[in-house]
Write a protein that binds this ligand. Structure first.
Ligand code: AMP
Ligand code: MG
Length: 408
């Protein structure tokens, strides 16, 4: 407590407020399948084929007609069917067809009897069990019907979708152009890695985190580097980003100390809201429009920048990129130790979850100061503690959110 938290904007309101304004702005293009990895489908993919395209055998064994088995006498093998080489010959009564997995079943087949349930004596095959009708036959279209929607628009293509599309004979796909995102860090104290630090300097870490998350999302990144706290340079950077990118993401300069500065500039260039979010870490956050590009101003503290990106910017960028976005799973876990918490904000504490004797349990990574980066790198989940909740005692149930694709 210590300060009044009643005027802070809840995370869900902030998200809703942003998402209502955003729409996908990325054109589509047609790409060969292998080049489309990581891209977002611009339209639904309807299957041009039935999968499998023909009735085929699920086993190595024998194709049979049930009527031929009724007498219980052995059947004579009429010939063989292989994957890619269907059986073409006659199939007289009292005969069966040797068949391999994936081979088309000959017309009239009622079932395939697996090899292990037969005994062969030359061409005379004895069947040890009575098959059910349809047994071991994969029916045409049983996986995917012709014309069925296999992947909806907005699906991001991962290695899992590639073989599926190939199995349908899809050679090219309509995908969205990647979202172009300009980024820069603000702060006189920031130096790029690979350069020495003077007293009072620190390395710019946020840009590396933001770039990595953008890469995970499949966005094109225009990295404008570090911009000092100087109005003329900031103005030039804002204008360049607005001209060249769909989105600008900055870190730093949106908290009380410097906000006036950035705020003045942004008020002049666009329509930006400066929000105080009811989440921890990540209170100061700016969102709005430049003349062409959308703007997200993240807090400077490294952990706050990562958490606000993950929780707020990620869903917003997904919408702009035309990508379907699903909230990560939340699970219930037992707090294995007490957790510090003051009522007033929704906490995204960094935790380590593990399988305990009584189910999922979670511990804190230690200091939850938003400048302590190791709290994030050692964690494998957020411990999501409700806004009004206070200190958590060991043994209480808490919500955990395993890190999703962005932070893995
Ligand atoms: P600010 O939001 O600019 O007031 O920054 C808040 C805190 O985060 C300060 O301690 C900054 O030095 C630090 N900070 C801001 N930007 C970065 C950055 N890009 N990398 C690491 N620390 C930063
Ligand atoms: Mg700063």
């Amino acid at each position: 407590m210590g300060f009044d938290t009643s005027g802070l904007l809840p995370l869900s309101d902030a998200l809703q407020g942003m998402l209502e304004q955003l729409a996908c702005s990325c054109d589509s293009e047609q790409l060969p399948l292998p080049e489309a990895l990581g891209r977002v489908l611009a339209s639904d993919i309807a299957s041009p084929l039935a999968v499998p395209p023909f009735d085929n055998s699920a086993m190595d064994g024998y194709a049979v007609r049930l009527a031929d088995l009724a007498s219980g006498t052995p059947l004579i093998m009429a010939g063989k069917a292989f994957a890619g080489q269907p059986y073409q010959g006659e199939w007289p009564a009292g005969h069966c067809v040797r068949i391999m997995t994936g081979a088309p079943v000959p017309a009239g087949t009622d079932a395939v009897v697996m090899q292990e349930e037969t005994q062969a004596d030359g061409d005379r095959i004895t069947f040890l069990a009575q098959p059910e009708p349809g047994q071991n036959i994969r029916r045409a279209g049983s996986d995917i019907g012709k014309g069925a929607c296999v992947l909806p628009a907005g699906t991001r293509l991962t290695p899992r979708e590639m073989p599926l599309l190939a199995s349908l004979g899809v050679a090219t796909v309509a995908v969205r152009r990647p979202l172009k995102v300009a980024i820069f860090s603000t702060g006189d104290e920031l130096k790029p890695v690979g350069t020495p630090l003077a007293h009072g300097d620190i390395y710019d870490s946020n840009r590396y985190g933001v770039r990595a998350m953008l890469a995970r999302m499949g966005c094109d990144c225009l990295d404008l580097g570090i911009i000092p706290d100087d109005p003329a340079q900031l103005r030039a950077a804002f204008i360049r980003a607005d001209e060249e990118a769909d989105v600008l993401i900055t870190t730093g300069g949106v908290s009380v100390g410097e906000a006036d500065f950035t705020k003045q500039l942004l008020d002049e260039l666009g329509e930006i809201g400066f929000w105080k979010l009811a989440i921890k870490p990540g209170k100061p956050f700016a969102f709005g429009r430049l003349p062409r590009a959308w703007f997200f101003g993240l807090p400077g503290n490294p952990v706050s920048a990562m958490v606000t990106f993950d929780q707020l910017v990620q869903p917003a960028l997904a919408k702009l990129a035309g990508q379907r976005f699903e909230r990560p799973l939340q699970l219930q876990a037992i707090a294995a130790e007490p957790l510090k918490k003051s009522p007033g904000r929704l906490d995204f504490q960094r935790g380590i979850m593990s399988q305990g004797p009584n189910g999922l349990e979670v511990r804190s990574t230690g200091s939850q100061d938003s400048a302590v980066f190791s709290s994030l790198s050692r964690a494998n989940c957020y411990i999501v503690l409700e806004r009004e909740r206070g200190r958590v005692a060991a043994g209480e149930t808490v919500t955990v959110e395993p890190f999703g694709g962005l932070l893995l």
